[in-house]
Design a binder for this molecule. Structure first.
Ligand code: FAD
Length: 539
């Protein structure tokens, strides 16, 4: 859909009046674009970097109610989240999938196991789905033999879900564009246009893609939504509003599956501070996260997991799975994201509310906070808040699907391994058959033993709006997180598959490759651990 030349074509379209301008291409902006487009609003979404390059590709990938929110008495948030989880599981097969969680209880735990049992009854009751079960110590070890056995009293299994966060954002955006919405990446809002009254009436957008040469354009809209997540205060302050957000960073460790072979998620309380931490399988690797620390760094820089955070996560991993005797050298990478929460000055950052907020200031509606899981509710809340400006447009339909039904598996079954069919349909929706048809011989095979196919790289390079190599490797096809060394050893074959479709000459390729290697080394490598790329032959 976004074939070569699409950015230029889109840029020249910006110069028309819009009903709604959405600033920010994470899950919040994507959800708003999806619903606004279907409500017949002429809607433009602009993203300063790549789609989902903010927090929405750096979450823990869980589509969940969040048991911890029950602990903090945020029952409404849990209720909304588990209901949204169930809806997404129904609509997004192959992109959102159910995952079993184990919650072991040990002698001397700060919170006794029966309290979790009560919480799980409420959790399942809110979801209208009975999914939890109690196990004795032996039963739990059968489900997860790596669990520490000393003092294990038994525990619970319950059900939640997981997704590929960046692909969820992209699917929403692409389906909106198919319906007439317009979205542009590497298009940052530099300033707000204002009427004499002080009301915002448009934005100044700068093109930061290499081909754009830094051009700018003034774009006008009836309503403007600030969906810039952790960046939201920056735009609000341009209108003279005071700063209200606190930025909290969450880091993750990535282990090769062979080092931490979990088939289900395990949720434990960190022995240092009692915070819940998860270890779970995702896309062929095992993730452990997350931390919750103040993020004082410049948001223009890629966030990364500090050595201290990595050690904190390693401590809980070895506490939960001591027989594996893991060290940081066993991890293959890290990633971190920054969350925006309303600053109420709580000493413990984990106690700050995760509910979303809406602030309408001089015609700039800010919607931030919340969760990946609750994006649909955030989109509805934001659109209801500007509704009065668009009488005559169709009302929001709370029962409407967010994701379009994908085509039948039969369209791709003959060519694709059965295990990949549902996955491709979930991630690419109506585009899956075209992706399979575009594959060259050998490209329907998996890359490096993971779930990704070479054909997905070709497809992304050809039609998914890739501007830089990290868009391709960290967000479209997530080799940067799932392969050792961020996929650098596979780079020769990656190049042979994508360079022509990206229309990059050799000089551009080398520049992009160098920039990607620096980015991965600075922000995704395990801090303090030396990791040297070795090439995998083209094969
Ligand atoms: P973002 O995804 O950050 O998007 C905002 C976008 O705005 C960015 O892409 C940014 O580049 C862009 N932008 C900023 N300024 C401008 C500008 N001037 N012009 C144009 N664009 C601009 N939730 C869950 O449900 N499940 C989880 O497992 C989970 N895990 C999490 C783990 C961590 C570590 C963190 C931090 C959060 C987690 N969350 C989770 C919460 C969830 O990830 C976030 O709530 C959500 O991703 C925020 O989305 P967003 O679109 O509001 O912000």
């Amino acid at each position: 859909m976004w074939t070569q030349g699409w950015r230029d074509r889109t840029w020249y379209e910006l110069n028309r009046p819009w009903d709604l301008i959405v600033i920010g291409g994470g899950i919040t902006g994507a959800g708003i674009l999806r619903e606004a487009t279907r409500s017949e609003l002429r809607t433009l979404l602009v993203e300063q970097r790549d789609f989902a390059s903010g927090t929405s590709s750096r979450s823990s990938k869980l589509v969940h109610g969040g048991l911890r929110y029950l602990r903090n008495a945020q029952v409404r948030l849990t209720f909304d989240s588990v209901r949204e989880r169930e809806r997404l599981l129904r609509e997004g097969r192959g992109l959102i999938s159910q995952m079993g969680f184990l919650m072991p209880g040990y002698a001397g735990d700060r919170v006794p196991s029966w309290i979790f049992g009560m919480g799980l009854i409420l959790y399942d009751f809110l979801a209208l789905k009975w999914g939890h079960k109690r196990y004795d110590a032996e039963g739990l070890r059968e489900l997860c033999p790596q669990l520490a056995s000393e003092g294990l009293l038994g525990g619970y299994r319950f059900l939640d879900a997981q997704t590929d966060d960046a692909r969820l954002v992209l699917r929403l955006i692409l389906e909106s564009v198919q319906d007439g919405g317009v979205a542009l990446n590497y298009a940052g809002v530099e300033d707000l246009l204002r009427l004499r009254s002080g009301e915002a009436c448009g934005v100044v957008v700068r093109d930061s893609a290499p081909e754009g040469g830094g051009r700018t354009i003034e774009v006008r809209g009836t309503a403007i939504i600030n969906a810039t997540g952790a960046w939201a205060d920056g735009l609000r302050q341009r209108l003279g509003a005071r700063r209200r957000l606190r930025k909290l960073r969450g880091g993750h460790l990535i282990f090769p599956f062979a080092k931490l072979p979990l088939t289900r998620a395990v949720s434990v309380l960190h022995p240092d501070d009692g915070r819940p931490v998860f270890a779970f399988p995702w896309e062929g690797v095992t993730l452990v996260g997350t931390t919750d620390v103040e993020h004082g760094e410049d948001l223009a820089l890629e966030p990364s997991t500090s050595r201290e955070e990595a050690e904190y996560l390693l401590r809980v991993t070895n506490w939960a799975f001591p027989s594996l005797e893991l060290c940081l050298e066993d991890a293959q990478g890290t990633f971190a994201g920054v969350r925006a929460v309303v600053d109420t000055g709580k000493a413990n950052p984990s106690k700050e509310s995760r509910e979303h907020v809406l602030w309408n200031e001089s015609n700039l509606l800010t919607v931030t906070g919340g969760k990946l899981t609750t994006f649909r509710l955030m989109a509805h809340a934001a659109l209801r808040a500007i509704r009065s400006r668009f009488s005559g447009k169709p009302p929001l339909d709370p029962h409407r699907r967010m994701l379009e039904p994908p085509p039948s598996e039969r369209c791709i079954q003959a060519d694709v391994h059965p295990g990949s069919c549902q996955r491709l349909l979930g991630r690419y929706g109506s585009q899956a058959p075209a992706l399979v048809a575009a594959a060259h011989p050998g490209e329907l095979e998996a890359i490096g033993g993971g779930p990704w196919l070479w054909a997905e790289l070709r497809w992304a390079a050809r039609s998914e709006g890739v501007v830089h190599l990290d868009d391709l490797l960290l967000r479209r096809v997530r080799l940067g997180l799932t392969l050792p060394l961020g996929g650098l050893p596979w780079m020769d074959r990656v190049r042979s598959v994508v360079q022509r479709d990206l229309e990059w000459d050799n000089e551009r390729w080398e520049r992009e490759r160098g920039a990607y290697e620096r980015l991965w080394t600075d922000s995704y490598r395990v801090p303090g651990v030396r990791q040297e790329p070795v090439s995998v032959p083209l094969g």
